[in-house]
Design a binder for this molecule. Structure first.
Ligand code: AMP
Ligand code: ZN
Ligand code: FE
Ligand code: FE
Length: 282
């Protein structure tokens, strides 16, 4: 859950705002981070960096240090893999183009999933899906299903209908992990394998560990320390960065508070210094 040896400096490098499937606004996250005693933060929305237009000026007015971040959806052997990007140039055309491709992918995929739900006699219209300002995906469809009384909660929605292999699940267009890593590198950032302890298949893990990642998420959310340790050792062995964060989503995941997982000063400044460098060059 936390990086050993850290003193009072704590940075949460994984959280979601209302620009994707979190319930707290970007400026709300900045305020909450300060209230939670954090010194550093990265907002890692799914497939969008829109939060930074608001969050950067908000953080600048406070003492909070913010480093660019994103959580890209990718796929390997038809399984979903999340790739975290950090410290990339927020103005990079490579990042902008990649986010745009994801928006298009999601638009078609969401429509296909709504069609599946209609076929299952659980119609949901696009207007009934909340948020819609930023990245829209299965969590938003799940919220609409709860509202319409089809399921009790998001967990049930995923377990019965929206999870991989379930009747309303559509994979849609996919992007490879390798090309995702490449985009992050082209934008000057670090590519990090997100929550490796959640990956079910050893063959996938084996492949991923051969890829050009710069780090892995060795401290994740409320995963027990002993389950994280093996991953930290793998990262150490490979000379990779070990990042960490809560995966805070706000009210939709109330048992996961911001800052429940974090990294210390040394790791944070590795990212932060790179962020300042790539930002100054643009
Ligand atoms: P998508 O990006 O549209 O494929 O949706 C995937 C997102 O759904 C993940 O990043 C999680 O935030 C969320 N999610 C996955 N499984 C569950 C679950 N069982 N309950 C609630 N949210 C989930
Ligand atoms: Zn999410
Ligand atoms: Fe994730
Ligand atoms: Fe996440």
């Amino acid at each position: 859950m936390r990086e050993e040896g850290a003193k009072d400096f704590r940075a949460d490098l994984h959280c979601h705002s209302s620009c994707s499937d979190g319930t707290v606004s970007p400026e709300g996250l900045v305020a909450l981070a300060i209230k939670s005693g954090l010194s550093g933060l990265s907002i890692t929305d799914h497939d969008t960096v829109d939060a930074y237009a608001v969050a950067l000026p908000a953080a600048k007015k406070t003492g909070l240090k913010l480093v660019s971040g994103v959580e890209f959806s990718a796929s390997h052997r038809r399984r979903g893999v999340h790739v975290l990007g950090y410290a990339f140039n927020l103005d990079s055309p490579h990042i902008a183009a990649w986010c745009r491709q994801h928006t298009n992918r999601r638009r078609a995929r969401n429509a296909a999933m709504l069609q599946r739900l209609a076929d299952l006699d659980m119609p949901v219209t696009e207007e009934e899906i909340p948020a819609a300002a930023g990245t829209v995906g299965r969590p938003h469809i799940a919220q609409a299903m709860i509202k319409k009384g089809y399921v009790r909660d998001a967990n049930a929605a995923f377990k019965k209908f929206l999870g991989e292999g379930k009747p309303a699940y559509v994979q849609g267009t996919t992007f490879s992990v390798e090309e995702t890593i490449d985009v992050i590198h082209k934008a000057g950032g670090f590519a990090v394998l997100a929550h490796p302890m959640l990956i079910q298949r050893n063959t996938i893990v084996k492949d991923l560990l051969q890829m050009e990642f710069d780090g892995l998420e060795g401290y994740y959310s409320r995963i027990p320390d002993d389950q994280e340790r093996a991953w930290q050792q793998i990262a150490q062995h490979k000379g990779w960065l070990i990042t960490g964060g809560s995966d805070f989503h706000g009210d939709v995941k109330p048992r996961i508070p911001l800052g429940c997982s974090w990294v210390g000063e040394e790791t944070f400044y590795l990212l932060y210094d790179r962020f300042l460098t790539v930002t100054q060059q643009s």
